[in-house]
Design a protein. Structure first.
Length: 228
């Protein structure tokens, strides 16, 4: 696995390294369980060990890296039990935010949410996941902000690394009865129609569907993992 060197201004070096390593994990270039060895990472990225160590600690806080005693940092694994908890949290927080947003939205909210949805639709076929994941996060950020659910959004943000990882598993799955984008359109339309019940149901449909797909992926991955 080779990562391209960082060649931009050192003022944003740490953020750039974090983004590059995060993307490598999310798109599967660093598979779950892969050891993250400092020296080759420093050489590949062209940065110091201090920057790599800070990045690893940051990604550990996001749940994308875990530190194993006597082994060091590895790309975190994600099992169905953990994923189910994340979907359960999303179900409650996103459903409540969508319902509140449908009832409290201001006059300038509709064009902002529509622009966010359009951006999401434009990026769904990108070969790189980063822009699509950022667009998805922005779409939800607008909803939570308009609903006034700042603390709930803070909780979601702490899970964002693992949420993004699950999205990369589910968004392109061809076995889904409805695409992820069609769910997002339904959420958008329900909120802008000022229908709180419909908005909450649209979120519940979306998350339930995604959870079913993730469950299949993670169950298959567990079945393919050899026993020690």
């Amino acid at each position: 696995m080779i990562l391209a060197k960082i060649d931009k201004s050192p003022q944003t070096l740490r953020d750039m390294v974090q983004n590059r390593m995060r993307e490598a994990i999310l798109d599967g270039r660093f598979a779950p369980g892969t050891r993250l060895v400092e020296r080759p990472l420093c050489e590949q990225l062209g940065v110091s060990r201090t920057v790599v160590r800070e990045t690893i600690r940051y990604l550990e806080a996001e749940g994308l890296v875990e530190i194993i005693p006597n082994r060091g940092p590895i790309v975190a694994t994600l099992n169905w039990s953990q994923a189910k908890q994340i979907y359960d949290i999303r179900l409650q927080l996103e459903g409540a935010a969508a319902a509140a947003c449908a009832q409290t939205q201001g006059a300038d909210f509709a064009p902002n949410l529509t622009a966010a949805l359009t951006s999401l639709q434009e990026k769904i076929h990108d070969t790189q996941w980063a822009d699509f994941l950022h667009a998805t996060t922005h779409f939800y950020a607008l909803i939570f902000q308009e609903a006034g659910h700042d603390i709930a959004w803070d909780i979601v943000q702490r899970l964002n690394g693992r949420i993004s990882r699950l999205r990369t598993l589910t968004v392109a799955d061809r076995t889904r009865e409805r695409s992820g984008i069609s769910h997002m359109i339904a959420i958008h339309d329900a909120i802008l129609s000022c229908d709180a019940v419909r908005a909450r149901l649209a979120v519940e449909d979306h998350i339930t569907d995604a959870a079913q797909v993730a469950g299949r992926f993670l169950s298959d991955a567990a079945a393919d993992t050899p026993n020690d």
